[in-house]
Design a protein around this ligand. Structure first.
Ligand code: FAD
Length: 334
């Protein structure tokens, strides 16, 4: 289909309490720049049953317009209802591009919508820009096992759609909400929804690791040498009020669970402080943490590639450096 506007849409997914999921708000940051470059507006699209909190959050984080569709059928995510609702809105308003957070639901919704609209989808992007020559969105994502970054254009079909990983972009500072709010009445015939949500149960267990929202992460790699090697990593994380991360080598060795993995096949993180301990700095690991504001690397090999991306580096044995650091921090707090 043809784009009728130069508008860029961000699908802002909601939580059960009607607030916006972080990734939707994060995407408004690149969305603003890209919409300006395309000469269109940044539009947040919000579906649900009671979405006022999400509408307010989107407005305060830079959306020029917000399309809010509320209906009981949209209370909880379902592939059928959300696909139908988004496709109806796209056909009505004709945006030129649309970004969706690569959450479980977003990864389900994006491909379904793109197929229905007969356009393309670039999944799991980690960088976004506008291609100067063609004016298309340049969607960048890791390819060939993360060994290279591929930049993909969708020149012939509209809208251009991409899913973007949580934690890649930072939320803007909130401003006054000046967004134009468009209320849409959308009703989906219950017969067309093939799944029924009977109940929503929040899954909580000891592995509820929030790496994506963490401001401080202390990660351990193969250099920690075994599961007990995560002891000093965890002690430092606790002293800093941070969260424990890990490289895939440590996860694959069974020293820590996958919930802690940072990188291309783990979580993408963007903390204020990332401390990499005994991690060499393979490209697949960097893909998940290079958005950190400040990186400290502790490694006994002075040539480890992690030092190329670190703001501060300590060449040394993590089993000496970490306890010393933790001790100093504890003294400071005492
Ligand atoms: P190593 O590369 O073995 O590095 C260990 C480091 O510890 C070395 O630099 C060493 O000098 C240092 N060290 C050893 N002992 C000490 C000590 N006592 N004190 C201080 N330093 C010490 N990796 C990820 O991390 N995340 C991913 O999501 C991911 N996805 C991948 C996806 C694909 C498709 C592929 C092919 C690979 C992926 N990898 C991923 C794996 C990646 O290529 C690396 O193999 C991995 O990151 C290496 O982990 P590491 O740095 O802990 O181990």
């Amino acid at each position: 289909m043809e784009a009728m506007t130069k508008d860029l849409w961000v699908f802002v997914e909601t939580n059960e309490d009607g607030t916006a999921k972080n990734v939707g708000i994060e995407l408004l940051t690149p969305g603003k720049l890209l919409a300006e470059k395309q000469g269109g507006s940044l539009v947040a699209v919000i579906l649900g049953e009671n979405v006022e909190k999400a509408v307010n959050m989107a407005g305060r984080h830079g959306a020029d317009k917000i399309i809010a569709a509320e209906a009981p059928e949209l209370r909880a995510y379902s592939t059928d209802a959300y696909t139908e609702a988004i496709c109806k809105l796209v056909k009505k308003y004709g945006p030129t591009s649309m970004m969706i957070g690569a959450t479980n639901n977003g990864r389900d919704l994006g491909p379904r919508v793109s197929c229905r609209l007969q356009t393309g989808l670039v999944a799991d992007c980690t960088a976004l820009d506008i291609d100067e020559e063609s004016g298309n969105v340049a969607w960048t994502r890791p390819a060939f096992g993360g060994n290279l970054m591929a930049t993909i254009l969708c020149p012939d079909h509209r809208p251009q759609i991409g899913t973007v990983r949580p934690g890649v972009f930072k939320k803007r500072e909130p401003v006054e909400n000046r967004a134009e709010i468009i209320r849409e009445e959308i009703h989906i015939d219950p017969k067309d929804i093939r799944t029924r949500i009977l109940d929503l149960i929040t899954y909580m267990n000891s592995e509820n690791v929030d790496l994506e929202g963490a401001e401080i992460i202390v990660s351990g790699g193969r250099g920690v040498g075994g599961p007990e090697g995560f002891g000093p990593v965890k002690a430092l994380a606790d002293a800093l009020g941070g969260t424990v991360g890990a490289s895939r080598a440590a996860v694959d060795a069974g020293w820590i669970s996958h919930a802690h993995q940072v990188g291309q096949t783990g979580k993408t993180v963007g903390p204020k402080l990332y401390i990499a301990c005994g991690i060499s700095g393979a490209i697949q690991h960097l893909a998940g943490m290079s958005g950190s504001d400040c990186v400290i690397a502790i490694n006994k090999d002075p040539d480890a590639p992690i030092f190329d991306v670190a703001n501060y580096g300590v060449v040394g044995d993590l089993f000496e450096v970490l306890p010393a650091l933790t001790e100093e921090l504890r003294k400071d707090r005492a």
